[in-house]
Design a protein around this ligand. Structure first.
Ligand code: PMP
Length: 386
């Protein structure tokens, strides 16, 4: 028998190609400048001179890397400052910075639940939440999307630890979770509520303080939030926010915190710089929401099927995966980058273009974006099976 341990990969690749589901990397410097409606730089801060200067200054002061895990050599005074700032800005008692939002979700879920406990997870939750549930070894009930009654029912008579977990703003369709109702359900069931505010921070709430602040739930006793620093804050990294005893528990038990190298100082500095800009210019949050609403309103007026946005993500339905890929490619040719979501990234199998509103998009850019999307839209007759 010949030695060919990876031949199965070629067979999988052929199946993906036949289904039109191949993914390819496109290094950005190989592209002409495109109008960006694909990135998560919601507030336009990733290239803000104050943010890049803070990032560079942090690298100069503390080094290119954190040099070790947070509990060994990887905690700098800058990490501690960012933790104080994030907690204060979002209205929580304490915060813990990790190397990504992904790691933050794994940390929170594995540290707060385990064998014998129950997690009730929204069907539309991000992959990092799904993975965190699996890694926790808790019993996981997947509740229908945005359905607090179903969450209540799933808690049922479970008499161990229990926790509900949800995205604050769902990354595919841009709709918001019913946080007040979920908090009520959790209170009645003596359950914790974990909210991934990756897409709410910087966009929702007064001055961008996030979805939990907007719902009056920030700092609540049973409430924990996870964040990414890589979207509105234009940097990289993640965080968990909550009561001090929860954060202490994570420091002592969360494996993606303990065994991971601390976040690079440049990323910490960049996030702090971005928080500074946001504190001074709180109107950026409302502007991102305004741009999203403008995109939605004008796309809908042009006859396209879009989901009314609750934050900065605008989802536009495509008739099929192939049509979505072609549509995104045509947008690119026309000079604009848009996201393209298709199976298996979308649990319901419906392909979409995913547009992200940015606070720094001009009126002319919004008009141009809508015109390009409408001009390249697949005609109804293209509706091959999704
Ligand atoms: N949660 C949600 C809802 C996200 O959209 C993302 C980023 N795609 C993450 C978590 C992961 O964050 P990070 O990219 O910082 O790992």
């Amino acid at each position: 028998m010949s030695f060919a341990p990876f031949d199965w990969i070629d067979a999988e690749a052929r199946r993906r190609a036949a289904a039109g589901l191949v993914r390819t990397l496109r290094p950005r410097d190989a592209e002409p400048e495109l109008l960006d409606l694909a990135s998560n730089d919601y507030l336009g801060l990733t290239r803000h001179p104050e943010v890049t200067a803070a990032s560079a200054a942090a690298a100069h002061r503390w080094g290119a890397g954190a040099t070790g895990s947070r509990l060994v050599t990887g905690s700098t005074a800058l990490h501690a400052e960012l933790e104080r700032e994030l907690a204060a800005f979002c209205g929580f008692e304490a915060a813990l910075v990790l190397s990504s939002g992904y790691a933050a979700n794994l940390a929170a879920l594995t540290a707060l639940s385990g064998r014998g406990s129950l997690i009730v997870s929204d069907a539309g939750n991000h992959a990092s939440i799904v993975d965190g549930c699996r890694l926790s070894r808790a019993e996981t009930a997947v509740a229908p999307h945005a359905d607090p009654d179903a969450v209540a029912k799933a808690f049922g008579a479970h008499d161990g630890r229990s926790l509900a977990v949800t995205d604050s703003v769902f990354s595919v369709d841009g709709d918001a979770a019913p946080l007040p109702a979920l908090a009520e359900v959790c209170r009645s069931a003596n359950a914790a509520l974990l909210v991934d505010d990756a897409h709410g921070l910087g966009v929702l709430g007064d001055g961008g303080r996030g979805a939990l602040a907007a719902a009056g739930l920030a700092g609540g006793d049973g409430v924990v939030a996870t964040l990414t620093l890589s979207k509105s804050l234009g940097s990289q990294g993640g965080a968990v926010l909550g009561p001090a005893r929860v954060i202490d528990h994570l420091v002592n038990t969360a494996r993606t915190f303990i065994f991971d190298t601390g976040l690079a100082p440049a990323a910490v500095g960049g996030a702090l710089g971005a928080l500074g800009v946001l504190r001074r210019e709180p109107e950026r949050a409302a502007r991102a929401r305004e741009v999203a609403t403008a995109l939605y309103t004008r796309l809908t007026a042009a006859g396209l099927e879009a989901v009314r946005p609750d934050a900065a993500v605008v989802s536009v339905r495509a008739p099929s995966a192939d049509a979505a890929v072609r549509w995104a490619a045509d947008c690119r040719t026309a000079g604009m980058a848009v996201g393209c979501f298709r199976p298996p990234s979308v649990p319901d199998g419906i392909s979409r273009l995913r547009l992200t509103a940015r606070a720094d998009l001009t009126e002319e850019q919004i008009t141009a974006a809508v015109a390009m999307i409408a001009a390249t839209a697949p005609r109804q007759t293209d509706a091959d099976v999704s």
